[in-house]
Design a binder for this molecule. Structure first.
Ligand code: NAY
Length: 291
């Protein structure tokens, strides 16, 4: 994972009006993001609506993305599922397809024990030669520092995508597990603090819609320009909080469409904007941006 740094969108998956995967839109979205300078793509994560797709659909999305990327940036394939069996199948497919790394949420829903979760990561990581990035996210159950230390001992687990708000643990991870354990900060609204506390990169959903702001934050933090990073984070957060209160997944897809990369629709039970509600969203956004 040490080669994969910078800003990586947790890539959206475009669906068409009938909720079918739209490979044509997917290819345009990939070009749009790569041409805007993102440092990699994180595919079929939660933002990618992975848990609304069958394993075969997830494979198809990854194949289309890797084909379209054509080696221009690294691709991390999220292969998390609640059965080890499915995750291994997805992981092996990702390796065959040419992904650069794997990532996974822990198995959720059943309230698995820590030992069961550690076995899950051991088994899926051992199934391929790719590095694994564990994914710490409230939606799937947070790990806690001691669990992260145990995860880091699994051969092949090379880093973590850290979407908890306890950023002081980012410092501890870097100090106690070691600087080579790669950490991606996952809360877009705290990108600057994640980087300040030692994160090596950023993975998040808003980097689909407003990547430039976060690429500039990353550059400012590399240069030690805290004033600039803070001003950019304030701008980014205004957009994030605008969308968070207005159906964020669908709003991100519409914001991309306004910029020339139509990311299509979300799968139910997520809801979509109609032409009327999209016009209202756009008008609101214009008014907000003019402020
Ligand atoms: C993924 O796997 O799709 C992600 O990386 C999701 C990251 C997002 N976290 C959650 C809980 O959805 O980008 C963040 C999030 O949308 C953002 O910080 C706004 O809260």
């Amino acid at each position: 994972l040490s080669e994969i740094r910078g800003v990586l969108p947790a890539l959206v998956t475009p669906f068409d009006e009938n909720e079918d995967f739209d490979a044509g839109r997917m290819r345009k979205v990939v070009d749009f993001l790569v041409e805007r300078g993102v440092d990699g793509l994180y595919v079929t994560g939660s933002t990618g609506e992975a848990f609304m797709m069958s394993p075969d659909e997830r494979k198809e999305v990854l194949e289309v993305v890797i084909d379209q990327v054509a080696g221009r940036v690294p691709v991390i394939a999220h292969v998390g599922a609640i059965s080890t069996h499915h995750s291994i199948e997805l992981a092996r497919h990702a390796e065959r397809t040419g992904a650069d790394a794997l990532s996974s949420v822990p198995p959720f829903y059943w309230g698995f024990s820590q030992d069961q979760i550690l076995a899950y990561y051991t088994d899926i990581t051992a199934a391929t030669g790719l590095p694994m990035c564990a994914y710490n996210v409230p939606l799937a159950g947070l790990f806690g520092f001691d669990m992260i230390k145990r995860l880091a001992e699994i051969p092949g687990v090379e880093g973590i995508k850290y979407t908890a708000s306890t950023h002081h643990d980012i410092m501890r991870i870097k100090a106690e597990i070691g600087p080579d354990f790669i950490l991606y900060s996952g809360a877009d609204e705290m990108a600057m603090s994640g980087l300040a506390f030692g994160a090596d990169g950023l993975i998040g959903s808003f980097y689909n819609a407003i990547p430039e702001i976060f690429l500039a934050i990353y550059a400012a933090m590399q240069a030690g320009d805290l004033e600039r990073a803070k001003a950019l984070q304030e701008t980014g957060n205004a957009v994030i909080f605008f969308a968070l209160s207005r159906n964020p997944m669908a709003a991100i897809k519409r914001m991309m469409a306004w910029q020339g990369a139509d990311a299509g629709f979300c799968r139910r039970p997520m809801t979509n904007f109609t032409p009327e509600t999209e016009a209202a969203l756009k008008a609101d956004f214009r008014a907000f941006a003019a402020e």
